[in-house]
Design a binder for this molecule. Structure first.
Ligand SMILES: Cc1cc2nc3c(=O)[nH]c(=O)nc-3n(C[C@H](O)[C@H](O)[C@H](O)COP(=O)(O)OP(=O)(O)OC[C@H]3O[C@@H](n4cnc5c(N)ncnc54)[C@H](O)[C@@H]3O)c2cc1C
Length: 390
């Protein structure tokens, strides 16, 4: 029942889902707009249940070998002197470059069929399945369709409506791009602030290349989310006049990088992640924003649960989609509470920056994190080991 499953998006959620669906005996097909999985981005965290998912996929030891081994965040003044540091190392989690994680997941999803360089044009549901037309490939029938195609999900637009109804803007924009490693300190994320802006450099312990990182505060901007030249213009204008010497080199490298990644810092909120035979996973369903530090964790755990619930329900999508929503939503709700994370990285004023620098010198943040972790460990329920119903 419901064996042919189309997934839109070959990133963290889509590839994890493809792996688990194939393992549970379904026949997944993945359609990805780009000619190959997109490799860009900074380090992402694999923690808690996401570690269990990666272990069950047989990928965790390789993820540990590839770990970015970043020690923490360092805030600098205009003369490039460190004014405060936060040690973010956490024995329970592994930080890995997003591109490395995507490559591991792509390998693990080898049993799926892939359609690269294509996108869904239209979806028509009926009682028995979904007729899908593509931009390039001929139309096909599938039993179910899953949108794992990111914050600006095409599947969500086609099956649930325009994105304005679901996206909550968080007053900032961010960009990631390649940068010269010589501009930053090894194994630290170096950040420089002016009011409402942050220019930074992310240096993993295991990569020759570093990543430039920019965030700026802004009311909602009107631009095409697929127009990279326009994204570069916005970031170029926002960071043209930084008094921090490395900022110029970071900006030049970023603007020259064809893999430049830019988006609004925003969240996706939906009352339900399914509509008939169509469901969503990952940022398409619940984007918590990079400020949550939980995008990869939510995508890995959510995709694992969605495939598992489909298997446990013998492919019955009505039962499975409802159980998936109920099981995964509490974690999403918790991770969407991003609290002061953005203010910490991008203070609005010089006064706010001074307060931030003082606060991060105190051991408060570590203590609060440790208390939260202990509370969570006490209430956590083990991640189910799903089996296919006969
Ligand atoms: C290039 C890139 C770099 C990123 N860098 C970071 C980072 O440094 N830090 C961070 O916290 N988060 C980053 N993110 C977001 C992060 O990957 C997600 O928050 C999270 O991991 C959830 O992943 P996802 O699979 O749901 O969505 P995403 O990772 O956003 O992937 C969505 C996928 O869907 C594909 N897609 C989009 N539209 C279509 C369509 N019409 N048809 C078919 N496929 C489509 C995209 O090409 C992409 O492969 C990045 C995302 C991308 C795409």
């Amino acid at each position: 029942m419901n064996e042919r499953i189309l997934i839109s998006g070959a990133s963290i959620a889509g590839l994890t889902l493809a792996h688990w669906l194939a393992r549970h005996g379904f026949r997944p097909t993945v359609v990805e707009r780009d000619p190959a999985p997109r490799a860009g981005g900074n380090g992402v965290d694999i923690r808690d249940d996401a570690v269990t998912v990666m272990e069950r996929m047989g990928l965790m030891s390789r993820a540990r070998e590839l770990a970015a081994d970043v020690h923490g965040m360092k805030f600098v003044d205009a003369a490039d002197r460190a004014v405060a540091r936060i040690d973010t190392r956490d024995a329970g989690s592994v930080e890995i470059m997003r591109g490395d994680l995507v490559a591991l997941l792509r390998e693990a999803a080898g049993d799926a069929e892939f359609l690269f360089g294509d996108s869904i044009r239209a979806l028509e549901q009926d009682d028995d399945g979904v007729t899908v037309s593509f931009e390039h490939a001929p139309a096909r029938r599938f039993d179910l369709v899953i949108g794992a195609d990111g914050m600006h999900s095409n599947v969500r637009r086609l099956a649930f409506g325009p994105e304005d109804g679901f996206i909550r803007h968080k007053d900032h924009y961010f960009a990631f791009a390649d940068a010269d490693a010589a501009l930053g300190e090894d194994r630290w994320v170096t950040m420089f602030n002016t009011p409402g802006k942050m220019a930074g450099i992310y240096r993993s312990g295991n990569h020759a290349q570093a990543k430039a990182y920019f965030v700026f505060r802004s009311a909602r901007l009107d631009y095409d989310h697929r127009d990279v030249a326009e994204h570069k213009r916005l970031v170029g204008e926002a960071f043209a006049d930084q008094p921090w010497a490395p900022a110029r080199g970071l900006l030049d490298a970023a603007l020259a990088d064809p893999g430049f990644y830019f988006d609004a810092l925003a969240q996706v909120h939906m009352d339900s992640w399914s509509n008939g035979r169509v469901a969503l996973a990952g940022d398409a369903a619940w984007c918590a924003s990079p400020a949550s530090g939980a995008g990869a964790e939510l995508a890995l755990v959510g995709a694992y649960r969605l495939a598992g619930e489909l298997a446990a329900a013998g492919g019955d999508h009505r039962v499975a989609f409802a159980r998936y929503d109920a099981a995964h939503r509490p974690l999403v709700d918790r991770k969407q509470q991003i609290g002061p994370n953005v203010r910490l990285m991008v203070p609005k004023t010089d006064g706010g920056r001074c307060v931030r620098d003082t606060l991060v010198r105190l051991p408060l943040l570590k203590t609060a994190e440790a208390v939260e972790r202990r509370l969570r460990a006490r209430t956590a329920r083990p991640l189910p080991n799903y089996h296919r119903a006969a």
